[in-house]
Design a protein around this ligand. Structure first.
Ligand SMILES: [Zn+2]
Length: 165
């Protein structure tokens, strides 16, 4: 399952990449480019624009009209259709910034790129394999918020299942 995301859904694109889904996002791409890309990549087009959604459907492109205002609501909608999973797996998670694969860093490489404070607190680090991006990640204090948002999304998608989280 892969996605093309319209310019209004940049936050959602970051979430989908974290969840490991290949996601194309370019805030400047026009509607025709989005349609072409979705068709070529057999991707699901996510949009807030009803007109674009209808154009996609007319061209037999799989598309979801995203309606929620909050990211949790949007993710919950995508759990129902097309059925995304809300599990973050560090082996398959992607760089939220650019969508490239992440690679686990050795302790030595981490020494050069990770702030000393984080090096003390955490033991595992990942770096984006796209040399033009190269961002470094770790499961830090912000992780609590990420988990919380994913739980909220799960509750929205299936209220009866969420109690198990
Ligand atoms: Zn990156």
């Amino acid at each position: 399952m892969r996605f093309v995301v319209d310019g209004m859904l940049g936050g959602l694109a970051r979430w989908l990449r974290m969840l490991g889904y290949e996601t194309e996002y370019d805030s400047k791409a026009d509607d025709n480019t989005l349609l072409e890309l979705s068709k070529k990549q057999e991707a699901i087009l996510l949009t807030r624009d009803e007109e674009l959604y209808n154009r996609a459907r007319a061209k037999n492109i799989n598309s979801v009209l995203v309606t929620g205002e909050k990211e949790e609501v949007r993710l919950g909608q995508l759990v129902k259709t097309p059925g995304i999973s809300l599990e973050i797996n560090m082996a398959t998670t992607r760089c939220p910034e650019c969508g490239s694969d992440l690679q686990e860093l050795s302790r030595e490489s981490a020494l050069n790129t990770v702030p000393a404070k984080s090096l003390k607190l955490y033991s595992k680090f990942w770096r984006c394999t796209n040399t033009g991006c190269g961002k470094t990640y770790w499961v830090g204090s912000h992780w609590k918020q990420i988990r919380h948002s994913l739980q909220e999304a799960q509750k929205i998608a299936s209220p009866e299942r969420a109690t198990r989280c």
